[in-house]
Design a protein around this ligand. Structure first.
Ligand SMILES: *Cc1c(COP(=O)(O)O)cnc(C)c1O
Length: 388
């Protein structure tokens, strides 16, 4: 299969988004033309579209090891996180007066900003769990802070900025014995780790297709049967009333195919990316002074490399890398002209001075050892030039 990425400009930002797998595009195309029906229609066009959506649901359910009825299709990972957190918090307040929300301090903004709104507008008591210097939540901290009135616990599976993997099943065990709904943002994990919700012991799990070679603008939320939750988008009765809005049939079919492909190929891909990841990390830590790896050295996504450099402007570093042909990221949504250090990096205990010099290099299935060599050849001199 031919890479869609030009060879003289190297894409190292797979955590931001991934190129659509051409096999996925083929599955999607008929739903833009002859199979254009609305799954809610009674006639044959509708039946055909409905069959596609239900087949996609079964594919996703098989991979998550859940019932098809426990999958809700959404418009993205962000929406899945919003539905999980807001929908569960409000339902649990209504049914049992639960007013406490427990989230980690290394969540994506789709969780932290939703939690902040639930505090500001709805008066929830939101508590942020600390993490260790690698960005991991200690399950015992969850056990210590969970309360009878905790409405939901939400802990990210793998962090997007630092790649660290959290001990989800251990936290799930604790939430289950406390009878508190447990959500995990699994958007970064989906391409590399198991999404078996029984082993993970989660009640809610979010995914977003464009992080695993599927289309942008579609996601899903696993909601374990009997989890108290209310919809946050109301209208027609789609998704058993849990998420109104006409089905995005091509994207839903594409997401299911992408998830199936990425999950059946993930072990092979992980093995080759881990080698490249560790070579890049090892070589840069050796060659560049005043650099730290952020996130866990081994409990991290196989495609994820992230550093902080002392006395380097992270945005300037990205611009220099772009100029010589590397598409990298600072790790956060931080844009030029907004030199705020990332909350995630500060939660690790890094000083703002170090945190402003962050770099995230994320690999993917079109990354080759030659790409790693080229970056290794260029990064040390760019960093030293920026420090001069
Ligand atoms: C990308 C991402 C999201 C948001 O997903 P979208 O589908 O882009 O809305 C949420 N959480 C994490 C960890 C992510 O990496």
């Amino acid at each position: 299969m031919r890479s869609m990425i030009p060879e003289d400009y190297i894409y190292f930002d797979y955590a931001a988004t991934t190129p659509l797998d051409p096999r996925v595009l083929q599955v999607m195309l008929p739903f833009f033309s002859q199979n254009f029906g609305n799954p809610s229609s009674i006639h044959r066009y509708g039946q055909q579209a409905e069959a596609a959506v239900e087949t996609a649901r079964e594919t996703c359910a098989k991979i998550l090891n859940c019932q098809p009825g426990e999958i809700v299709f959404t418009s993205c990972g962000t929406e899945s996180n919003n539905l999980a957190l807001r929908g569960t918090a409000l339902a649990n307040r209504q049914s049992r007066n639960a007013n406490h929300i427990l989230v980690s301090s290394v969540e994506h903004h789709a969780i932290t900003h939703t939690a902040e709104q639930l505090h500001r507008v709805f008066g929830f008591d939101v508590e942020f769990l600390p993490v260790n210097r690698f960005g991991q939540v200690d399950p015992q901290d969850v056990a210590a802070r969970i309360r009878p009135d905790t409405a939901i616990v939400s802990i990210i599976y793998c962090n997007n900025e630092i790649g660290t993997i959290n001990p989800i099943s251990e936290i799930g065990e604790i939430c289950r014995s406390a009878n508190v709904p447990f959500h995990t943002d699994s958007v970064q994990a989906s391409a590399y780790l198991s999404l078996n919700v029984q082993e993970l012991k989660v009640d809610l799990l979010s995914i977003g297709a464009h992080k695993f070679y599927g289309p942008k603008g579609v996601g899903a939320l696993f909601i374990r049967k009997n989890t108290p939750i209310i919809p946050i988008q109301t209208g027609g009765g789609q998704e058993s009333g849990m998420r109104a809005g006409t089905y995005n049939v091509p994207y839903i079919a594409g997401m299911a195919e992408a998830l199936h492909l990425v999950q059946s190929e993930r072990e092979e891909l992980s093995a080759s990316l881990t080698l490249m990841r560790d070579r890049l990390i090892g070589q840069m830590l050796e060659e560049i002074p005043q650099v730290q790896l952020t996130g866990h050295p081994t409990q991290r996504l196989p495609n994820h490399v992230s550093f902080v450099f002392n006395q380097v402007d992270g945005n300037l570093l990205l611009m220099h890398l772009d100029r010589v042909g590397f598409a990298c990221s600072s790790g956060s949504a931080c844009k030029t002209g907004n030199p705020e250090p990332s909350d995630v990096l500060l939660a690790l205990g890094l000083s703002p001075k170090w945190a402003l010099g962050s770099l995230r290099v994320t690999l993917g299935k079109h990354t080759t050892p030659a790409h790693i060599d080229l970056l290794c050849d260029n990064l040390p001199s760019i960093v030293s030039k920026l420090r001069a």
